[in-house]
Design a protein. Sequence first.
Length: 341
Amino acid sequence: MSLAADSHGQASLIAGERRQSINTDEDATWMRVLIRCTLMALLVAVVSAVVLAVLTAPINVVGAMQVNTFVIYHAALVNAGLQLLAMIGMSTYLRRRDLQHWWDTADGNAKARGLFFVLLCCQLLLATAFWLTHGRGLAYYGYLRALFGFDDEFNLPALFSSMQLGLASGLAFAGYRVIPRQERMWTWAWPFAGTILLYMAMDELLTIHEHVGYLVAAHSWSQDGTRGIIEIGNWRIRPWTLVFFPLALAIGLVLARGFWKVLSTRDFAILIFAGGLFLGGSIGIENLHAHLVTIGVIKQGEVIARVSLLAEETAEMFSVALVVWIFARTVLTFRQPNRRT
């Protein structure tokens, strides 16, 4: 009996060491592949930049070609982005077993914090790309400026914001299922919030509020002639503000009443802060930026203009990430929220 147990234990140990050896060899193989791909992509990017610079560079009076820094800058940014995505993907693949183990053993709070951290990392990458490609305007940066511009539509920041809002919407609908039956009096707040967030996700891609603003501006009693801007007293504001700001306040008050009953004090406070931050960025900072640009205090492409756009979009995206965190924690923990009386 003892010999059989020892033999079985020894066989299990050998099998475990073999699996570990196989996993180690596999990780080493993929790491070598990652290094080789990185070096090859870097070489291709450098050669491509030099060739494009030679082909497009102007010839001066003595016949020497000048280096086209515009092409090299574009190639370097694209290469850096591709390398970053490749390293993230490969690192995730190499650590997939650790990630799976963490997901299986972590509680709902840890999973929600992990999701929140991933969203913040994506926002940081988008903000960095925006800052690097926005300084000299569309004429200089071309497609990179349009791809990462926070003041443009139908690009990566808009797509990310829409997906983040869609995630928050899905979690809000899922939150309805984890509320205990005795709380059904107040669970309308979850599907109502999900519906509002779903509309906001579609609006982010389809720019519905902008088109509403154009209609308001076309029938406005006070216009300064700038498309998408109306004048009220000494202030120039976005015309859609007249429609969506009162609507947002009303919806916010209704949702606050509902979530006050179904969320803990801490979660409710974070949710209120997120709502105020979103309104401050989307309405406060955006209208202030539009006013200062219209009257000529700041000009597009200046550092202060970039800071203003960055603050506006960061406030919006960060506030939605906070909402995702709170909703995800409620859904993933499947705990009964603290009810107030």
